[in-house]
Ligand binder design. Structure first.
Ligand code: G6P
Length: 622
């Protein structure tokens, strides 16, 4: 979603904010802005624009060395169209307060009506301006009973009182002209970290924006705030109770968020998959003893092994990984497993019994619906497990147990390496649960051995990129596609369709292949591309039948098949042969050609692969 970066130090803030915003651009990018405190001129200089950061940059004058405090924002519109007026930072009606906000204020309409009766003026359609005006109103109208006490400054006091009135979520960076060397950050429901550098402090919604300056951070929890001045900082709750927060070291190398010679982050991340999976599996596959070691679960194996039901929650690509997890856990561990869209689960009054375990899968660890599903499950007494990539993220901190993906930052909006790693973690979990329940030593060793070979097999698929590009060239002018698979490859079909939709804007439907005849078959016209995942598996013959159904209606088949399968050639207009893998582990290999196909199709159609329209990397609003 939106990105926040704020700076207080000795250097000119403007270039630091712009650099930070560029690193956050992948989160949301329909408009952007900065607000800089100028102590000489006694005001706040706000520069905003619709469009990308590069457009904003063109509007900026030379950095002013006196402007050493500022806040910046890149927006992904929720309330109001993405124009300059709606872009952040927003000023309050007095022009003294400026804020950058991530999240959604649910009671903004009530507050707005009330503030208008008090004489506050609004210029934008955003919910954020309500926060600015509420802080501004309280700031300018404090006296008598309500006045700040015990030496507390009026700015911090007004922020606290305003935040107590808000219903919804926020990550905030706030400045005030009367306190030109003060910066306030606050958090509820949207991520916010506070970085401590040498004589400088930063606030950001994502570590990527600040790692260039510092790796020492404090993670704010919900309802917490930080007040920063050049002399130091203090952390409090929004009820003004002082709290001590632990300083954490983030492990994050800058090279991990650079393009490294690749044209796009998505391509880089597709190619990183062998390395990323090796990181994910590293030290976790114990070949000698024939077991899987997952440190973050060690205290909860008993609950997992005895679980009667496992409920997986996720959104988007992570939900597809969850579906594969469902098949894996049922197949290898024989535990009843179901996968839910977190956005549905959180509102459906779910049944959680004593022996239900809830798993949340999330690359970012910040997806609002997935987090709410975890909270819902915890409230009802379930043991919760997070399969998360971003270390220290909210879902990682909220769940009882966890397994990190360890694949490094994923910047491309279309998820690739996180998906394969999510499946790898679910495979490890299923194998270990199976071992603890009923799998034989030979079976466990077999799966561990095969899992360890997956990175090398993905490497082989990557070498097919030019061949897949030619397929994209021949087909990417078509506006409607089908993706079909069965069993373990059915979720891969869903993921292949999603990848194509997200970045090339081609309409694509993913289906379990047999479902095609219950409706979608009506769509098939001459030349319509139909992608089949038809590798050697228990349903191989069945899927050949589905391929015939498409061919009989003039559809054009792109088939992902097992290397050495001569039989399949007769059915394929385009063939992509991938290395042989046991059926249960195939998704990690079969998804890769579909990622590459979507990538080439999007590039050929001239789209910005890393910043697809309307999408955001991390969806921190409902
Ligand atoms: C967004 C992203 C998707 C991602 C989904 C869930 O929609 O664009 O790529 O799969 O959110 O994100 P999460 O961080 O929870 O895995």
């Amino acid at each position: 979603m939106c990105g926040i970066v704020a700076y207080l130090g000795k250097k000119p803030a403007q270039p630091i904010l712009i650099e930070g915003l560029k690193r956050l651009e992948y989160r949301g990018y329909d408009s952007a802005g900065v607000a800089l405190i100028n102590p000489d001129k006694g005001g706040i200089r706000v520069i905003k624009s619709s469009g990308r950061i590069s457009v904003l940059e063109e509007l900026l004058s030379e950095p002013d060395p006196k402007e050493v405090v500022g806040i910046g924002h890149t927006r992904w519109a929720t309330h109001g169209e993405p124009n300059t007026i709606n872009a952040h930072p927003h000023l309050d009606y007095t022009g003294k307060i400026a804020i950058a906000h991530n999240g959604i204020i649910e009671n903004y309409s009530t507050l707005k009506t009330w503030l208008i009766t008090k004489g506050c003026k609004f210029v934008s359609e955003t919910d954020t301006e309500v926060i600015a005006n509420l802080i501004g109103y309280l700031y300018s109208n404090t006296d008598g009973e309500d006045a700040p006490r015990d030496g507390q400054n009026r700015f911090e006091w007004a922020v606290q009182h305003a935040l107590n009135e808000l219903v919804g979520t926020y990550g905030l960076a706030i400045v005030c002209t009367d306190f030109p060397d003060m910066l306030i950050g606050a958090k509820k429901g949207s991520p916010l970290i506070f970085g401590l550098g040498k004589n400088e402090y930063l606030i950001a919604s994502d570590a990527a924006a600040i790692v260039e300056h510092t790796t020492q951070v404090i993670y704010l929890a919900d309802n917490e705030m930080v007040t920063i001045t050049p002399k130091g900082f203090h952390t409090k709750t929004i009820d003004n109770i002082e709290i001590h927060k632990e300083l954490k070291q983030i492990e994050f190398s800058l090279s991990a968020i650079e393009l490294d010679g690749f044209k796009h982050y998505m391509l880089k991340e597709i190619y990183e998959q062998p390395k990323a999976l090796n990181m994910c599996l590293g030290g976790r596959l114990d070949m000698r003893d024939g077991r899987i070691v997952l440190g973050g679960i060690s205290k909860y194996w008993r609950e997992f092994t005895r679980a009667k039901r496992i409920v997986i929650n996720a959104c988007g690509t992570a939900w597809h990984a969850g579906l594969i997890g469902e098949y894996l856990i049922e197949q290898l561990a024989r535990i009843n497993t179901e996968t839910h869209y977190a956005s549905e689960f959180r509102y459906r009054n779910p049944i959680i019994e004593d022996d239900t375990v809830v798993i949340a899968i999330s690359q970012s660890g910040e997806t609002a619906d997935t987090l709410a599903a975890v909270e819902q499950a915890k409230e009802r007494g379930a043991v919760t497990l997070g399969i998360v990539n971003v270390v220290g993220s909210t879902i990682a901190r909220t769940t009882d147990a966890g397994v990190y993906l360890r694949v490094g930052p994923e910047i491309g909006v279309a998820s690739t390496k996180a998906f394969t790693a999510q499946v790898a973690v679910l495979a490890m979990l299923a194998i270990e649960l199976g071992r603890r329940r009923h799998l034989s030593t030979e079976q466990v060793r077999f799966y561990i051995e095969e899992l360890s070979k997956i990175p090398a097999k993905i490497e082989e698929v990557l070498s097919l990129s030019e061949h897949i590009k030619k397929i994209a060239e021949a087909t990417c002018d078509r506006e409607n596609w089908l993706f079909l698979g069965r069993g373990f490859n059915y979720p891969v079909a869903l993921e292949g369709a999603l990848k194509l939709k997200e970045i090339s804007y081609i309409h694509a439907e993913g289906l379990p292949a047999a479902e095609m005849k219950h409706g979608p078959i009506a769509l098939i016209t001459k030349g319509m591309p139909a992608v089949f995942i038809a590798t050697k598996c228990s349903q191989y013959e069945k899927i050949i039948g589905n391929i015939e159904e498409v061919r009989a209606r003039g559809g054009r088949t792109i088939i992902v098949a097992s290397q050495g399968d001569e039989n399949i050639k007769q059915y394929a207009d385009f063939l992509i042969s991938v290395p042989d893998v046991p059926e249960e582990l195939q998704p990690m290999v079969t998804v890769v050609p579909l990622q590459i196909l979507a990538y080439h199709a999007a590039v050929l159609r001239g789209h910005d692969v890393d910043k697809p329209r309307n999408l955001a990397k991390s969806v921190t609003v409902e």
